[in-house]
Design a protein around this ligand. Structure first.
Ligand SMILES: *[C@@H]1O[C@H](CO)[C@@H](O)[C@H](O)[C@H]1NC(C)=O
Ligand SMILES: *[C@@H]1O[C@H](CO)[C@@H](O)[C@H](O)[C@H]1NC(C)=O
Length: 293
């Protein structure tokens, strides 16, 4: 087989570390205030780990995490973005594949080997969490196929979960393009006045009585990134499936149907996931256009 990985080494330098330290100081001050406010909570959710689940086998795109995107493996691009998030104490790649592990160690990532039997990214995050040496309060599941994920979005969902002690899950939405209103692969979301998720659907929600997409309504598109309370992550894969989850084929509905709360933040983000080989060229064109190297 050809060489799968040619990591590039221009990684993070001292500047990012300094910024991290400064932000950490601010975060400590802020979380101290919050801890005083929520005095009855024994421990504030301050310890945060970002996990990038990555598997080699895929029916649609074999070896996807290692595909080169403008000269760097996709997983490296995702990792570099995640490392810029100031709320993460550490970032680890969780994989069952030695080729991916070797590649990631090559560019400096921490790697946790997980079993081949993990059925999905959430399960892999959970297994990785159990194997980590340190304890964490929040786990961010960072999809390896979003190489342009903004560190701000990661920080945003972490802070949202830290600021909502009654929520066990947080995620992000962005505005839905009206043309995507009736596309079942674009998952829509509706939220309450306090920013908690009410429902997710592959159908158009809310549904205008005209039967058409209302060009004036601010519909919300769900983005794949999510973070969990670490205790909740332990039970999440084992929670029984629920009727709406099964009918919509949307995992996150299991959270709501089982009565848990989910905090949702709104962000500006064009989703640029890489699902199929043909998406690579699209994302490279976009990066050239935006001068991202
Ligand atoms: C439905 O959509 C139309 C535009 O397509 C809009 O004028 C109307 O206010 C929306 N809401 C209702 C309740 O009809
Ligand atoms: C992941 O896979 C497990 C086992 O098949 C399943 O119970 C669970 O609902 C799936 N999704 C999540 C988010 O845990």
């Amino acid at each position: 087989m050809a060489s799968f990985c040619s990591p590039s080494s221009d990684s993070l330098g001292g500047k990012a570390k300094l910024a991290h330290a400064l932000l950490l100081g601010a975060a400590i001050a802020a979380s101290a205030a919050a801890a005083a406010y929520y005095g009855r909570l024994r421990r504030w959710r301050t310890r945060v780990v970002g996990i990038i689940p990555a598997r080699f086998a895929s029916t649609r795109f074999e070896g996807k995490p290692l595909v080169q995107i403008l000269g760097k493996p996709m997983i490296q691009r995702t990792w570099e973005r995640a490392k810029l998030a100031s709320t993460l104490d550490s970032v680890v790649v969780a994989t069952d594949d030695e080729r991916i592990a070797e590649c990631c160690r090559g560019f400096g990532a921490d790697v946790i080997m997980t079993s081949e039997s993990c059925k999905n990214g959430t399960e892999r995050c959970n297994e990785a969490l159990q194997k980590l040496e340190k304890d964490y309060d929040i786990v961010v599941n960072i999809q390896g196929d979003e190489p342009l994920i903004e560190p701000d979005i990661i920080d945003g969902i972490v802070r949202a979960l830290q600021g909502a002690p009654d929520a066990v899950f947080s995620t992000a939405v962005t505005s839905l393009k009206p043309g995507d209103g009736l596309d079942p692969n674009r998952v829509k979301c509706v939220v309450d006045n306090n920013g908690y998720a009410i429902y997710f659907s592959r159908g158009l929600i809310p549904f205008n009585k005209s039967g058409q997409v209302n060009p004036n309504f601010p519909y919300l598109l769900h983005l794949g990134i999510q973070s969990y309370d670490a205790k909740f992550l332990r039970i999440y894969p084992q929670l029984p499936s629920t009727p709406l989850q099964l009918e919509e084929d949307l995992e996150q509905l299991k959270v709501l149907e089982n009565g848990y709360k989910m905090k949702v933040i709104r962000v500006n983000h064009d989703a640029h996931g890489v699902d199929a080989p043909e998406d690579v060229k699209k994302i490279e064109d976009l990066m050239r256009e935006r001068n991202i190297s």
